[in-house]
Design a binder for this molecule. Structure first.
Ligand code: GDP
Length: 156
């Protein structure tokens, strides 16, 4: 029996985006296969982008930027998050950290962002891709993380 060598490598994936978009829920879903509707009040109008420190970004292999399809402000801030990331963190070879754009809460029908503008943002700002997901209904969660990990692996 021929055995193929298996290489294991810990990867650091950072998840950023405005408060309330579903980042904690994504981690719970992906890591613990759990979802809880711990309802959080969203306060309209406030500035929700708050840049992260370089220490937080350091040595990241990949990044997820998440927004909420029902909160337009969180979509507009996705670009601020991307710029913050690119200013503060690069891969060891100097290239930008591969970044996936996730449009969460596609289970809700009242949307404030349409697919054409997500596609445009993704293309114009060099995301590796984007998809709609629902952490609540477990739609596209595993698939999107698989896509991100495949991207990391092909760069190794
Ligand atoms: P975070 O601040 O980005 O970590 O956001 P949370 O994970 O705490 O989620 C904020 C709120 O959105 C919580 O009440 C979640 O239950 C809810 N939420 C998260 N994902 C979804 C989703 O896919 N659909 C819906 N309808 N609600 C979601």
């Amino acid at each position: 029996v021929e055995t193929r060598p298996v290489l294991e490598m810990p990867v650091k994936v950072i998840i950023i985006g405005d408060p309330g978009v579903g980042k904690t829920s994504l981690i719970q879903r992906y890591i613990n296969q759990k979802y809880t509707d711990n309802y959080k009040w969203t306060i309209g109008g406030q500035e929700r982008f708050k840049s992260m420190t370089r220490v937080y970004y350091r040595d990241a292999h990949a990044c997820v930027i998440m927004f909420d399809l029902t909160q337009r402000g969180s979509f507009l801030n996705a670009l601020k998050w991307k710029n913050d990331l690119d200013q503060k963190c690069q891969l060891p070879d100097g290239s930008p950290v591969p970044c996936l754009l996730l449009a969460n809460k596609c289970d809700i029908h009242e949307r404030e962002v349409d697919q054409t503008e997500i596609e445009a943002l993704s293309r114009e700002h060099n995301f590796i891709g984007w998809t709609e997901i629902s952490v609540k209904l477990d739609l596209m969660v595993d698939e999107s993380m698989r896509f991100l990990i495949d991207d990391i692996v092909t760069r190794c």
